[in-house]
Design a protein around this ligand. Structure first.
Ligand code: AP5
Length: 250
């Protein structure tokens, strides 16, 4: 009888990471998960683009590196993340998108979250490099809300305008073939070890991101159901243990 409210509480407390090469669909899936599970969506790419828009020295440094397809220095990223994690919305659960991207970022994240807020699952969106190049060359993004479209496979209702807020869509500066290939090389070299690290921690769930958007949503949902079931089982064990401990002290 009480299973529904309990599940809702667990949904709100989900702590997950979406990882995968550029253009694998992290932002697209994150938008759905954010709404479905009420999670704080923490995208370092969006945060950096916001810094670039603001135009300060930090934004200027980030703009150059992003345009070259290189990673922004760990120190800067970790400072942004530490600040973001102090905001109250993260208590309802969070979803990292595009972070961590280096071994140093992954290790710092595990440290900063500790056991109480540990990550429960890392979803890896898996996609071949050639498909990525075609997806990113045709991507159009909303500079206002970050929503991603594709001129062929995921076109907006009205050409060139965001469905959500009507803002004129842009072609991101780093979505040209040369920079895309550089971003892919950086991913294989610096981020793949992070994926392996989470594999060793038994947190990794691999999803075939070559399927249509709704199908990928369904595969991600299946992974999260498994995570929730595992969480519920371990909570049951913990509460049984604490009940039997308190009986032993009577
Ligand atoms: P960031 O903004 O994180 O970019 P990214 O990781 O390269 O990923 P993208 O946003 O390009 O792609 P996505 O996976 O979100 O795909 P999307 O859903 O849009 O980072 C940009 C830069 O910032 C980095 O290069 C780096 O310089 C810097 N940076 C960011 N984080 C950093 C960090 N932690 N450390 C250091 N530097 C950092 O989908 C792509 C397209 O495909 C869209 O057109 C979409 O409509 C379409 N699509 C999506 N799913 C499907 C599907 N299933 N089938 C068909 N089409 C689909």
């Amino acid at each position: 009888m009480h299973s529904m409210p309990y599940r809702r509480t667990l949904h709100q407390a989900l702590r997950i990471i979406l990882v995968g090469p550029p253009g694998a669909g992290k932002g697209t899936q994150a938008a759905t998960l954010r709404e479905r599970y009420g999670l704080a969506h923490i995208s370092t790419g969006d945060m950096l683009r916001e810094e670039v828009r603001r135009g300060g020295p930090l934004g200027e440094q980030a703009r150059t590196l992003m345009a070259e397809g290189k990673l922004v220095p760990d120190g800067l990223i970790l400072e942004m993340i530490a600040q973001r994690l102090t905001q109250p919305d993260v208590e309802k659960g969070f979803l990292f998108d595009g972070f961590p991207r280096s071994q140093a970022q992954a290790e710092a994240l595990v440290q900063v979250l500790g056991n109480a807020r540990r990550v429960q699952a890392v979803i890896q969106l898996d996609l071949a490099d050639e498909e990525i190049v075609s997806r990113l060359c045709g991507r159009r993004s909303c500079p206002q809300c970050g929503r991603a479209y594709h001129i062929v496979s995921n076109a907006p209702r009205q050409e060139g305008l965001c469905d959500a807020d009507g803002t004129a869509l842009v072609h991101r500066e780093d979505d040209n073939e040369t920079t895309i290939r550089k971003r892919l090389a950086v991913y294989h070299e610096q981020t793949q070890p992070v994926v392996d690290f989470f594999g060793q921690l038994n947190l990794l769930h691999k999803v075939d991101a070559s399927r249509p958007i709704e199908h990928v949503e369904h595969l991600v949902e299946q992974c999260l159901e498994k995570v929730l079931q595992k969480e519920m089982a371990s909570r049951r064990v913990l509460s049984r243990r604490s009940r039997s401990r308190s009986l032993a002290f009577r």
